[in-house]
Design a protein around this ligand. Structure first.
Ligand code: GLA
Length: 384
């Protein structure tokens, strides 16, 4: 099927995902927030115009590209009411196309790694696109971060937001089944940023969608996040092999640098020399959330920058959280503020199912079958 705006939306509606807010008139006046506005951001090599949407509500300002659903800027106030952009990003579409740090992007079909890019489902084996040594990372060479999404703005009571649609055809990057995906970004009147993910398939497949924002609550380009205090409600994590593929073990965090059950500065134990840290060049692991899979999002992590006073609380229904301490930032990328990004200049907190789940029957399942709808929600609450 040729994918264009019409077929993606028609497909999404047929799959029962969309309906209410499509079409003209969806961007009415929001009592609490500013109506989403669109401007050109740049052009792809084939001439396609990439747009940037601006949203504002409850003190939070968000700028989103239709390229990869990328959060290009996210501005929140500090304890004195001064806004800063707390998310790493680029200024040009060329950078987003050419480079792969996944700044602010939507990740699919499978967040994090699948070992050797291979898995077996219902007796059939599948070979995925491999893009991280021998492994498949964040959906393969051209994941959901490297596609144009169809974007529809909406206002609903005091909330403002965007619906983003992308249809991934059967066999794309090696994954079975045509996956119709709808992601909704909502800014509430309290300034929360909520992400709702939905997907349906026409053949059994695996799905693990997430968002790859790089946080620096002191402001993008302001230096290290090692002073940020982090709490993660997890007693176990999934140790990995040298390729960052889980071994299958659920190891206890107690007595290790991986213990974030009580808030501590990220820098406190980052140089402890634990073999798992040496291998990953810092933290780059999946924490097994104590609450497990839940019907509703529950608060599982808090990040706080003592200097600015800014805090981020994350709630999710997912069983895992990838905490990545920006280990691969090596000073070669220049961001929106004109500064180069170096190791530890930001961190990612990716709500997810565990990496490589399709090869670990004991991990919570990531299988999606026809007739079922994949649904998951993550809520970011900002404060001081
Ligand atoms: C995730 C992975 C990291 C790295 C980043 C992107 O967080 O776990 O190993 O690949 O994405 O650079």
């Amino acid at each position: 099927m040729e994918l264009n705006r019409r077929t993606v939306i028609a497909g999404a509606a047929a799959a029962g995902l969309a309906a209410t807010t499509l079409g003209a008139g969806s961007a009415g006046a929001a009592p609490g927030g500013r109506k989403p506005v669109r401007e050109p951001f740049g052009k792809l090599a084939d001439g396609t115009t990439i747009h940037r949407w601006s949203l504002e509500n409850g003190g939070t300002r968000l700028k989103v590209l239709d390229w990869g659903g990328v959060v290009q800027r996210l501005e929140i106030p500090d304890r004195h009411g001064r806004h800063a952009n707390v998310s790493l990003g680029f200024d040009t579409i060329d950078d987003y196309v050419a480079k792969t740090p996944y700044f602010g992007a939507l990740i699919g079909r499978y967040g994090n790694r699948i070992g050797k890019g291979r898995f077996t489902l219902d007796g059939r084996s599948h070979q995925l696109s491999v893009n991280d040594g021998v492994n498949s990372l964040h959906g393969g060479k051209q994941g959901f971060d490297k596609h144009v999404w169809d974007v529809e703005p909406f206002t609903e009571g005091p909330d403002v937001g965007l619906h983003l649609y992308y249809t991934s055809v059967d066999g794309e990057m090696g994954y079975p089944g045509t996956l119709r995906t709808k992601v909704t970004y909502t800014l509430t009147r309290h300034g929360e940023w909520r992400i709702d993910y939905e997907a349906t398939t026409d053949r059994a497949t695996v799905v693990n969608l997430t968002s790859h924002v790089y946080w620096n609550l002191g402001g993008e380009g302001s230096g290290t996040i090692e002073d940020h205090e982090l709490r993660i409600a997890a007693s176990r994590y999934t140790p990995t092999d040298a390729g960052l593929i889980p071994t299958g073990e659920l190891a206890r965090v107690a007595g290790t640098p991986f213990d974030f059950r009580r808030a501590k500065p990220i820098g406190r134990d980052i140089r402890a020399g634990h073999e798992q840290q040496v291998q990953a060049k810092g933290y780059d692991h999946n924490w097994v959330l104590d609450k497990g899979v839940t019907a509703k999002p529950e608060h599982i992590a808090t990040l706080r920058d003592p200097r600015s006073g800014r805090t981020l609380k994350i709630a999710t229904d997912q069983p895992g959280l990838q905490f990545y301490s920006g280990n691969f930032l090596d000073g070669t990328l220049t961001g929106t503020g004109g500064h180069t990004y170096r190791q530890g200049d930001a961190l990612c907190l990716e709500t997810q199912h565990f990496p490589d789940s399709p090869n670990h029957p004991a991990f919570p399942s990531t299988v999606l079958r026809p007739g079922r709808t994949y649904r998951t929600t993550t809520i970011h609450t900002f404060g001081t």
